[in-house]
Design a protein around this ligand. Sequence first.
Ligand code: ADP
Length: 238
Amino acid sequence: ALRQVEHSQKLSSIGRLAAGVAHEINNPLAVINEKTGLMRDLIGLRDDFPDKERYLLLIDSVLKTVMRCRDITRRMLGFARRLDVTLEEININDVITETSGFLNQEALHRKIDLHLDLDPEVTGIVSDRGQLQQVFLNILNNALAAVPDGGHIEIHTRGDAEGVSVIVRDNGCGMSKDTMACIFEPFFTTKKTKGTGLGLSITYGIVKRLGGEIGVESELDKGTAFTLRFPKHPKHEA
Ligand code: ADP
């Protein structure tokens, strides 16, 4: 049965937390940086300071460490910014055609039938092109990893007055119920060192931010189907 994913937004809340922490830490770091710099200048000016060179070296190492911390917080803020949504009018059929094009080479090489069934009734929706590409790339990469050579992957779209539905179905290895219950968790993977377990949690976060829904159906040794739904406009919940 189709398992509708509960409303948890795990990855985006991790991203928000990281950005919040980075922001809060930046100000005290600036203070440490300023006061330590001042200390260095004061000591530098005094000829009678005992062990002057040694203290200046220690202060230098503090300043370098502060710089490293600021570097880390800057990167965390950059990561959070990538979670921002850029909205424009987009046809999901085009995004799917484009994204599956990236995978044609591998599909051809492994004799996998990558079949697109795109409804011409699909019209534009307001969404984020780059993030939608990420969604379909993650799902299709997983499908490619799941099917044997000569396998099938099909992508169906259907447009209606409220939005667009997409089904990505593969005849690959499928999943057990236990696996299925965890796939949207960050860092959950069954691929040992070959997987990061981030693909579907990122996908889930994006779909939610775009106001959509994602669900999965799967049967061991039969295959897997991901069902996605995107509204004409993302709801403003973020
Ligand atoms: P990763 O691909 O790095 O493992 P994901 O978050 O993309 O991370 O996927 C998590 C897990 O979900 C995979 O390790 C796999 O067990 C399962 N999975 C995802 N897509 C499929 C699929 N199409 N068929 C079978 N299992 C899948």
